[in-house]
Design a protein around this ligand. Structure first.
Ligand code: SAM
Length: 333
């Protein structure tokens, strides 16, 4: 940032959207196998040599923050907690003037939440699709519900506030738990956010009729716990307040109410590819520039080209929609 408080090269796309939020995937590997996130077979993990080092990630993050005005960074994956020495990276990123958060499946948070908080992590989002052990195991292909619930408790105890809990809703699978999950959030004091399922399983499994719309989710919750709408910001979730004052709930309506017009996010994959949209069909290769001795200016040029080419919005539900080749776990959610 300049002395006048200006970002020298703000990331403005051709639709005037200013990009302030960066998602960094630190690994494509995951200890879960969520049905909607990756295919059951055929996943090929990146060789270690292709994954960006902490030093490379720190350099890119610094350029994005200091030159391009990124203000928030979310560490994700794959499952970020399976990356060795994650608190070391957290400490490096926490030294930048950003709001630093992490998205995790929560299975190992009991053992690492305090270290992550100590390294400078501010907030955490934990995925939790079901409160029923058998269903949780079916959706994640892992019998880890008890550990995830304990991990959420550990995050609260470590002061990672607010703890947000993300639930992907799939019709006929867990949509009958919307109210139970909302109640869990109210009782536990965590902010539950329901996510409309997107075509990002890396295969051909997604069907429109699996999507439970925001309208339906809200109808079910407000029949038990009346809600009112809150103002929407840049975040993907639309927020709703419980009228009895017991907190709030969110919905990420990527399919039925896309928020592309407000999108201020860019994504860096574990192998150093910059993407301006989850559904981009093209990557911009920062790793190649990094590893061929490129300067900060060279990296900035690629970053700006990526943002400059950002499209108006994804086209889920439209005839021209093409699913990205990589799954959510490979892109970084
Ligand atoms: N492993 C971490 C986790 O479980 O939260 C971080 C990565 S995961 C890809 C990030 C988020 O993406 C999770 O909340 C997950 O539920 C969500 N997600 C994955 N596939 C999705 C899909 N097809 N539609 C909607 N959300 C999805």
């Amino acid at each position: 940032m300049t002395a006048a408080g200006q970002d020298p090269r703000p990331l403005v796309d051709s639709f005037g959207r200013v990009h302030r939020d960066l998602r960094i995937s630190v690994t494509d590997r995951c200890n879960f196998r969520c049905t909607y996130c990756m295919p059951v077979e055929g996943m090929e993990w990146l060789p270690r040599s292709e994954v960006l080092t902490f030093e490379e990630l720190e350099r890119l993050a610094r350029i994005l923050v200091e030159r391009h005005g990124i203000r928030s960074i979310r560490i994700t994956g794959g499952e970020p907690t399976v990356r060795a020495h994650l608190p070391v990276l957290v400490a490096k990123l926490a030294a930048l003037p950003v709001d630093l958060a992490l998205t995790t499946n929560g299975a190992t948070l009991r053992s690492c939440a305090a270290d992550l908080a100590g390294a400078g992590l501010r907030r955490v989002n934990v995925s939790l699709d079901s409160l029923r052990a058998d269903r949780f195991a079916a959706m994640t292909r892992r019998d880890e519900l008890t550990n995830v619930l304990d991990g959420i408790d550990a995050a609260v105890e470590a002061g990672l506030a607010p703890v947000k809990v993300n639930a992907v809703v799939v019709r006929g699978v867990n949509d009958d738990e919307v109210v139970d999950l909302a109640r869990y959030g109210r009782d536990r004091g965590v902010l539950v956010r329901f996510i409309e399922i997107m075509p990002l399983d890396g295969g051909d499994e997604w069907r429109n009729d699996q999507v439970v719309s925001q309208a339906e989710i809200l109808e079910r919750i407000s029949a038990v716990f009346p809600l009112e709408s809150m103002t929407r910001g840049h975040e993907p979730a639309e927020r709703f307040r419980y009228l009895d004052g017991r907190g709030e709930v969110g919905v990420i309506p990527s399919v039925t109410r896309p928020f592309c017009e407000q999108c201020d996010r860019i994504r860096l994959t574990a192998d150093g590819q910059l993407r301006s949209c989850l559904f981009s069909l093209e990557d911009h290769d920062l790793r190649d520039v990094l590893r061929s001795g490129g300067s900060d200016d060279d990296l900035s040029d690629v970053i700006e080209a990526c943002v400059g080419e950002k499209w108006a919005g994804h086209a889920i539900n439209q005839v021209q929609f093409v699913r990205p080749r990589r799954s959510m776990s490979q892109i970084g959610g």
